[in-house]
Design a protein around this ligand. Structure first.
Ligand code: ADE
Length: 246
């Protein structure tokens, strides 16, 4: 059984989109994973096939109806009871590499994509749906967020990523941002590659990469560094800065 994704959306044409390209696209064609879409509008019951209505209490925009969405969600839960049902929303819990890893290790995922101002909250009281956000900004709908989540999961499926070890040291897997990368040419616009990377000394290279990962994480993501445990500050070049003391 391959890893199965089901996306509930008003815009099924947005899929597979970028997921049809590169590693995810090849894995999709090779049936390492599957992608089905469910058109939410097919579960509307009125003449106009409406899926939304004006917000209770007034205000801008429209709200997706709980009754229509529940029919679509039930349809998917019946067919894929083993897959967790997520909803992409800026009100959800932040997507993390840990959640991605957990989802990729399971049987697959079902994802409800919101549009308009939001979804009638009663849906989440009545059905087991996990709200997930991909960041503190507002997208025009959950579809692009679902594509982000699926891309992150699919690349972890067995056989999808080129080199089996290439995921182990990357950003977040170690709790830090990844170290910087370099390749040929050795001189570009007057800039060289750090000498240590050409030394052939694997222990020295590993120590330099660790130091760089910590330095970059400290300056770019102090929040991550705090969680990782702030170690004494080694200078990547081996030099010491004046503010470091002895
Ligand atoms: N839908 C709109 N904005 C979103 C976000 N930041 N994350 C997940 N789903 C969304």
């Amino acid at each position: 059984m391959s890893w199965a994704a089901t996306v509930l959306t008003l815009y099924p044409e947005m899929f597979p989109g970028p997921l049809g390209q590169s590693l995810a696209g090849r894995a999709l064609r090779e049936r390492t994973w599957s992608l089905d879409t469910v058109q939410i509008r097919d579960f509307a019951t009125d003449r106009h096939r409406s899926v939304d209505d004006t917000p209770a209490g007034g205000g801008a925009g429209m709200v997706m109806r709980a009754d229509v969405l529940a029919c679509a969600v039930d349809h998917v839960l019946e067919r894929r009871p083993e897959a967790p049902m997520l909803v992409m929303t800026p009100r959800g819990k932040p997507l993390s590499q840990r959640l991605v890893r957990d989802l990729a290790a399971g049987p697959g995922v079902s994802i409800l994509c919101g549009r308009f101002e939001g979804i009638d909250e009663r849906l989440f009281e009545a059905r087991p749906i996990i709200p997930v956000s991909i960041g503190d900004y507002i997208l025009s709908g959950g579809e692009t967020a679902a594509i982000v989540l699926l891309d992150a999961c699919v690349r972890l499926l067995p056989g999808v990523m080129g080199a089996p070890t290439s995921g182990e040291e990357e950003s977040f897997e170690t709790g830090l941002l990844e170290y910087p990368h370099y390749t040929r040419p050795p001189m570009w616009e007057g800039r060289t590659i750090p000498e240590v990377l050409r030394s052939g000394d694997h222990a020295k290279i590993a120590a330099w990469r660790k130091a760089m990962a910590e330095a970059d994480t400290r300056s770019r993501r102090p929040d991550l560094m705090e969680r990782h445990g702030d170690a004494p500050r080694p200078s990547p070049s081996g030099a010491r800065h004046e503010d470091e003391g002895t």
